[in-house]
Design a protein around this ligand. Sequence first.
Ligand code: FES
Ligand code: FES
Length: 194
Amino acid sequence: MSRVPVRPSARLPGALERYKVRSVSEEAARDGTRRLVVNGRAVTVRADRLEPLASVLRDQLGLTATKVACGRGECGACTVLIGGRPRMACVTPAALVDEPVETGEGLAEESAALRERFADSGAFQCGFCTPGQVVHATALLREDLARADAGMGAAARRERVRHALSGNICRCTGYQAIVDSVCAVAEEQAGPDR
Ligand code: FES
Ligand code: FES
């Protein structure tokens, strides 16, 4: 099977390096359409060759919560969940996606407490990076629910949140309020007895 390079390798900060898709099979892209499950709904989209998932979501499905800033896998603004894992939709060919996709719209209910915290604590200024931050943090909070029994301490949780979100770049908040917000919701979820 021959492989087609998506784009030159770009350096990614922090934890998002491992999320980058590096190649796409010609067979996967040949048909020109793709069946996707997006926010629990089965859809058929045009996904010619290297069409980025971000473009499909925004331009074909009207799911504009997914933002495109750098467009080359460096900032995390376009983060969506694929199979429950954070992925950068601007460098993910839709033709390669074979697991359910969740966007900010589909995560609206689940992320309500998080978004409220962001708003209350001033965890954003321009807000362009915020949807990607919230999507990524929602995935982290799912992990925290499962890990709460392991007795993770507040300092360890804070470090994990900071590291995980290091690939979601924000140029105006200094990150403190973002990390505070995610940790506060994680602690609420863990409950007083954990
Ligand atoms: S817009 Fe996708 S990583 Fe920046
Ligand atoms: S709030 Fe993230 S770049 Fe401004």
